[in-house]
Design a protein around this ligand. Structure first.
Ligand code: NAP
Length: 381
């Protein structure tokens, strides 16, 4: 489908911190490597790509459309890439709905994560070559497209011998899991971590990275008819215990803590009652780290947890971490190398995924917004 004549800049997610740059680029005629235009019949014969575009914030199944966008020429410090696969994450959905912490200028191309293959490099590109696999360094590139021209500095390479789905889903959830398991408590083998939304992409990465480090995980999921199958799947990944939300209040929890240490760290992707229940089981002085709010309910911290258990209540956002550490590429590189090494050793697999062709994006968006699917939708270009 061709979109109608249009002259407005179309970028991936032009996030707030860069909006003044965008304004400058628009006024000065400079080209931002991430800025392209709606394809139009007049003017130069542009190379185009297909992309999932939204012109307004709103319900993703209504506002997202498959269209064509122009690709800008490849500048000296740019790379032309062919997108291979890109997941649909909750934050992508929230961005399109207009409810996320950072929002693009619209019209925008959806998607913040994915893996691409470099097919052309600019004359001054040093760190990348044709054939390399790359992922975004930051949110906001607009990855739901067939090709793109990105600045060399906007992407980072990955080994191209890891599974495609692992590469496509590496930059957000496993990085979040890795940081949360590393930066809040000094965890050693035999220690325990408790988490809700344990079947989420983040949760599955937490289970596997923790297992590789000899750390026990107590994994909380919502009850469902196929609880046993899901529990078995998570245990096969390395989960020590898998329990239902309701079990958190049961006296049997005491039995569990006879064989497993009380958790030093609780990871909360849900909020509401679920978060409060996690807190009850933390060790004295332990940390509750909130990274998501799938229930859309606030986190309530009992006074007793603060006074008598001295718990630390923190938040984590991987986008902020990447931005804070963008000057020190070695930390990000080191984390990706460690994660890729786990993948190569078979210790970290991609989350359960459903592969969907770009043309069938409606199916992927609809499924991504359904509860109890236990499968990450990944667009295959
Ligand atoms: N802060 C960060 O840096 C960061 C990074 C990555 C992700 N996140 C956030 O982490 C969360 C999970 O992301 P993901 O990509 O791992 O998700 P995902 O793979 O799409 O999984 C979604 C998870 O949320 C659960 N869920 C959905 N609705 C729920 C509800 N009403 N109450 C309780 N649980 C519910 C699902 O459980 P069911 O199977 O029971 O439906 C599933 O476990 C999202 O909020 C995302 O934005 C944050």
């Amino acid at each position: 489908m061709w979109l109608p004549l249009h002259t407005v800049c179309l970028r991936g997610h032009a996030v707030c911190r860069r909006s003044f740059v965008v304004a400058f680029l628009r006024c000065s005629g400079h080209r931002d490597a991430n800025v392209s235009h709606f394809s139009h019949s007049a003017g130069r014969c542009a190379q185009t790509c297909q992309a999932l575009i939204y012109r307004n914030y709103g319900d993703p199944s209504r506002v997202v459309q498959l269209g064509k966008v122009d690709l800008p020429p490849v500048g000296a410090k740019d790379v032309l890439v062919k997108m291979l696969a890109a997941p649909v994450n909750p934050s992508d959905i929230n961005m399109i709905q207009g409810t996320y912490a950072i929002l693009p200028d619209v019209p925008a191309v959806g998607g913040n994560e994915g893996v691409a293959q470099v097919i052309e490099v600019g004359s001054h590109v040093k760190s990348l070559k044709t054939g390399d696999w790359v992922i975004p360094r930051d949110a906001g590139l607009g990855t739901w497209r067939t090709e793109a021209v990105f600045a060399e500095d906007d992407v980072i390479s990955l080994p191209n011998d890891i599974p495609l789905l692992s590469a496509a889903t590496l930059g957000v959830n496993p990085c979040t899991a890795f940081r949360m398991l590393s930066d809040f408590e000094a965890l050693k083998p035999g220690d325990s971590v408790i988490q809700n939304a344990a079947n989420s992409g983040v949760g599955q990465a937490v289970i596997q990275i923790a297992a590789a480090r000899g750390i026990n995980t107590i994994n909380v999921i919502r009850d469902r008819p196929e609880f046993t199958q899901l529990s078995d799947r998570l245990k096969a990944m390395g989960a020590t215990y898998v329990i239902r939300e309701e079990d958190l209040r049961r006296p049997e929890m005491k039995e569990m803590f006879k064989t497993c240490s009380k958790p030093k760290l609780a990871l909360n992707g849900v909020g509401g009652k679920s978060a409060t229940e996690l807190l009850r089981h933390l060790q004295f002085g332990g940390s509750l780290v909130t990274y998501g709010g799938m229930s859309k309910q606030p986190v309530t911290v009992p006074v007793s947890a603060l006074i008598f258990k001295d718990v630390k209540v923190k938040g984590f956002w991987v986008t902020q971490w990447k931005r804070v550490h963008s000057h020190d590429g070695k930390l990000f590189r080191g984390m990706l190398d460690e994660l890729c090494s786990l993948i190569q050793q078979g210790k970290l697999t991609a989350p359960a995924c459903t592969e969907v062709g770009l043309q069938d994006y409606h199916k992927a968006l609809d499924a991504a917004m359904q509860p109890f699917t236990s499968s990450k939708q990944v667009l295959i270009m």
